[in-house]
Design a protein around this ligand. Structure first.
Ligand code: NAP
Length: 264
């Protein structure tokens, strides 16, 4: 999802979209919520991709990009959102109710998918998220292929406060359902504004001082590591630099360790 979408207040032709119904809304905290909606048969996506969702504001269609939380095999589509103060889109979206209608662009977007990796061969997968950037990783973890491909899977999730740690129970359920016999999964929450939390430094610091590797018990090995970053754009930039300093490379044309997606 590029920053192009952030400032966007687009008027688009509605025939690129289908009209879908909201099926459920879940509120995690004052500023975080998720929702599910109907999935049209034509909407096919790969885990890690994002959809473009539209809302009618007055006579305009305002569109934003949202990574899909649900698995490519689910019958419905789920999304995870923050309320952006005074945001044209989420300030409306936060009032979403079951039965409301949303526009869904007919095709998905994005390259934060496991299929992009040709080399190195898959062995260790690190999924590093801040905030709502967790969404694409929940989708990937609900795909059996992810568990078959990787010997070690580490989901690292940085939030400001414990109240913002969404999807924790769901992660436990996913592991029970998808990871039978898989010994290499670790979930590591980071709570940056709680000095009592076991891990409370930002991701680049935890990489630089070796604490992240120590916590999961595995080093970043350029020969066997795939790392995905999703969330706060500054986090993506700073973490990418910290990883490059450790000898990991950006994935280009299929080769290299690091793949990234900015969440806004
Ligand atoms: P956030 O500020 O992105 O914080 C989430 C986690 O990322 C926290 O642990 C935070 O640590 C960490 N973090 C922030 N900057 C970092 C960096 N440079 N390197 C490493 N870690 C970093 O929180 P959020 O609740 O997801 O979003 C905050 C703001 O972003 C909101 O005010 C919202 O307006 C905006 N936002 C917009 C969109 C959108 O437009 N679609 C989506 C998401 C968020 P610290 O506690 O140390 O800061």
């Amino acid at each position: 999802m590029s920053t192009v979408y952030r400032a966007m207040f687009e008027i688009m032709s509605v025939d690129k979209f289908s009209l879908e119904k909201v099926l459920s809304v879940h509120r995690w905290s004052d500023n975080l919520f998720s929702f599910t909606m109907t999935r049209p048969a034509h909407f096919k996506f790969t885990a890690g991709q994002f959809a473009r969702i539209g809302l009618k504001v007055a006579d305009d269609l305002v569109v934003r990009a949202y990574s899909v939380v649900s698995s490519p095999y689910d019958e419905t589509l789920e999304f995870f959102s923050i309320v952006v103060p005074d945001g044209a889109f989420t300030s409306q979206l936060q009032h979403l109710k079951v039965g409301d209608e949303l526009y869904l662009e007919k095709v998905p977007y994005g390259f934060l998918t496991l299929a992009r990796y040709q080399a190195p061969a898959p062995k260790d997968l690190w999924l590093l998220a801040t905030g709502t950037g967790l969404a694409p990783f929940i989708s990937m973890l609900q795909d059996f292929e992810t568990w078959q491909k990787y010997q070690n899977i580490h989901l690292i999730y940085s939030v400001r406060t414990a109240a913002e740690l969404a999807y924790v129970d769901r992660i436990t359920e996913i592991v029970e359902l998808f990871a039978e016999g898989h010994e290499g999964f670790k979930f590591v929450p980071i709570i940056t504004r709680d000095p009592q939390a076991e891990l409370h430094d930002r991701l680049p610091v935890l990489i630089e001082n070796g604490q992240l590797e120590k916590t999961v018990g595995l080093d970043f090995d350029p020969a066997s590591t795939h790392i995905m970053l999703c969330g706060n754009p500054q986090m993506v930039e700073d973490t990418r630099d910290a990883l490059k300093a450790r000898g990991l490379t950006m994935n280009r044309r299929g080769e290299g360790n690091i793949a990234v997606e900015n969440y806004w």
